[in-house]
Design a protein around this ligand. Structure first.
Ligand SMILES: Nc1ncnc2c1ncn2[C@@H]1O[C@H](COP(=O)(O)OP(=O)(O)O)[C@@H](O)[C@H]1O
Ligand SMILES: N[C@@H](CCC(=O)OP(=O)(O)O)C(=O)O
Length: 361
């Protein structure tokens, strides 16, 4: 391999990639994946692996009655399957002289800056000691409202938190296809430049059998990360040497071109969907000011129409447009109580400073 394209990557592998049609772990594919990661490590590439497959692996460990609730069966399958999954990885990496670590997280582990930084320190220390972190959602304890949409979202969060060069999503499909054409003539989209085109035009809604996310979630995350300056690849994890090819700059799968990098707190705020403590509704003038391409504007009380929930200084809050649609997130500079006192007034301090503001496009 020539000089690898990236120095640090997050690789996310989906259930459909690493399980066979009987739902069992596909040892041949896992072996192929591990050997590619080992080859990348030899080249000095730092790899964080996010692996789905716990629930899938659990299905081949225990047979559950159909009367069990979906939540309970997911808890049982994931907690039993995760052991099988991680043991398989441990054995395969050990054969290549590599150590792994298991990190199980829930969305609430990212709820405030301190927790977020704790996870970051943990992952950074593992990489520093040449241990490969294998991350999954802690499905046994994360229930409905605290769940990530799927592991594509979790991995996106890790990729942005760890400031990787690229986020590689290994799916069971070759990438994003242009579904606007007739099915049998669908074309693989090689690159997407989010500055000039939108992925929505290519997507067909729907999820595959065992996974949770679907192409729409993948593209949403890819778009978000490309905005932060991280290149995203969506490629087929069952294709031999796919990771090696990507890091060798071969044109495989779909690549979302990275834009100018954004760092620090803005990234954390951008991943706070569902973790907000409250919300504010703003008027049309304030929305126009926040979206101004000419200058960065902070959110002033004069443009705030209403306050929902209770929040304090330093909390993440959601920003909604006049019609109630979520348009962004930001860190409050003061409490909901104070905001209520001064909303609509001129000359007051900003509720959200532009450095702590993330607007969805
Ligand atoms: N434009 C598209 N290109 C490719 N796949 C698409 C598209 N629109 C919808 N899909 C669906 O998305 C699925 C891939 O997403 P997902 O099931 O989450 O993959 P995985 O489980 O491999 O992570 C495909 O099976 C396909 O049916
Ligand atoms: N955490 C779950 C996987 C959830 C998930 O996002 O699955 P997938 O869409 O296959 O990546 C598991 O390990 O079974």
């Amino acid at each position: 391999m020539s000089e690898p394209l990236y120095r640090k990557v997050v690789v996310k592998v989906g259930t459909n990639v690493i399980t066979n049609n009987k739902g069992e772990l596909d040892l041949q594919i896992l072996d192929q994946l591990v050997s590619q990661i080992a080859a990348l490590r030899k080249q000095g590439v730092e790899v964080l692996l996010v692996s789905s497959g716990a629930v899938g692996a659990g299905r081949s460990v225990v047979k559950l009655p159909s009367s069990l609730s979906p939540v309970a069966s997911r808890q049982v399958l994931s907690s039993t399957g995760q052991i099988r999954l991680i043991n398989t990885y441990a054995e395969l990496f050990e054969q290549r002289g590599l150590n792994i670590a298991q990190i199980l997280v829930t969305k609430s582990d990212f709820r405030d800056r301190l927790h977020y930084l704790n996870i970051r320190t943990c992952l950074a220390s593992l990489l520093e000691h040449e241990i490969i972190p294998i991350i999954n959602e802690n499905d046994a304890v994360s229930v409905t409202e605290l769940m990530f949409t799927d592991n594509d979202e979790l991995s996106g969060m890790i990729a942005s938190m760890m400031q990787v060069d690229a986020y590689i999503i290994l799916s069971h499909v070759d990438g994003l296809f242009d579904m606007s054409r007739k099915e049998n003539t669908a074309n693989l989209i090689h690159t997407i430049d989010i500055a000039t085109e939108h992925f929505h035009q290519y997507i067909k809604p729907g999820k595959s059998e065992f996974g949770r996310g679907g192409m729409l979630t993948k593209c949403h995350i890819a778009h978000k990360l490309a905005r932060f300056g991280i290149t995203v690849h969506i490629a087929n994890g069952r294709t031999a040497d796919i990771l090696i090819d990507i890091l060798n700059s071969e044109e495989v799968g779909t690549r979302f071109i990275a834009q100018k990098p954004v760092y620090g707190r803005k990234r954390w705020i951008a991943h706070s969907e569902g973790l907000e403590k409250g919300a504010v509704t703003i008027n049309a003038g304030a929305e126009t000011a926040l979206r101004s391409p000419k200058r960065a504007n902070s959110l002033l009380p004069v443009g705030i129409e209403s306050v929902i929930g209770t929040f304090f200084k330093g909390d993440i809050i959601k920003i909604c447009s006049e019609n109630g649609e979520a348009i962004g997130y930001g860190m409050a500079q003061y409490s909901s109580e104070k905001t209520k006192e001064i909303l609509g007034k001129k000359g007051e301090k900003p509720l959200i400073h532009y450095d702590y503001l993330y607007l969805m496009s």
